[in-house]
Design a protein around this ligand. Sequence first.
Ligand code: DX5
Ligand code: ZN
Length: 223
Amino acid sequence: MGIQITPSILNADFARLGEEVARIPGADLVHVDVMDNHFVPNLTFGPTMVEALAAVSSVPLDAHLMIADVDRHAVTYVEAGCASVTFHVEAAAAPVRLAREIRSAGARASMALRPATPVDPYADLLGELDMLLLMTVEPGFGGQSFLDLVLPKIRRARALVDAHGGEVRLQVDGGVSPDTIGRCAEAGADTFVAGSAVYSADDPDAMVAELRRLAEAAATEGA
Ligand code: DX5
Ligand code: ZN
């Protein structure tokens, strides 16, 4: 599977989100961070806002739900028009049922792990998933420093995904920048969220292209 760059709008201008999304036409998906002030100590937006964004975005949406009681709310984001919906395993009561509900509602199902959550116990769930998200910061805020301690878990997850043999993407999120993306790609990630790196750049779409170039170069070296 090729490299995908999925910029986060968390550090974009929230007063002009439609225009901000239009600045990254080269992105594969637009990553939307939904936070509820319970699962994480920050609050962003909900399904109404996501639906409005999906209606104007030429790039499909990748919802990252950092919310409690996610079993109850995830399908709402499929109905809002998201192509991919990620729930946190730490917040899900029944991750298998939830992944199946997301898929049968018509989106790709993805499961996220906080930095301290081990991946090995979830190896048998890979058949239920289209993507696995490994957080490389504690979720909640943009602009945090990349946690190198997650790199061994990225390698283990890559081995599990390869052994599984299905088409499961391996996404990393948090502190991904031109300085850190190579390490993630070399470790086996193929899908990259970058928030502040993209939206603090003068030309966000050129930064998307640069991140893609760096990831592709490192993935070739790592292979
Ligand atoms: C953090 C969010 C990330 C965040 C990434 O909880 O899930 O998607 O926006 O931002 P940067 O790239 O600035 O770490
Ligand atoms: Zn995110």
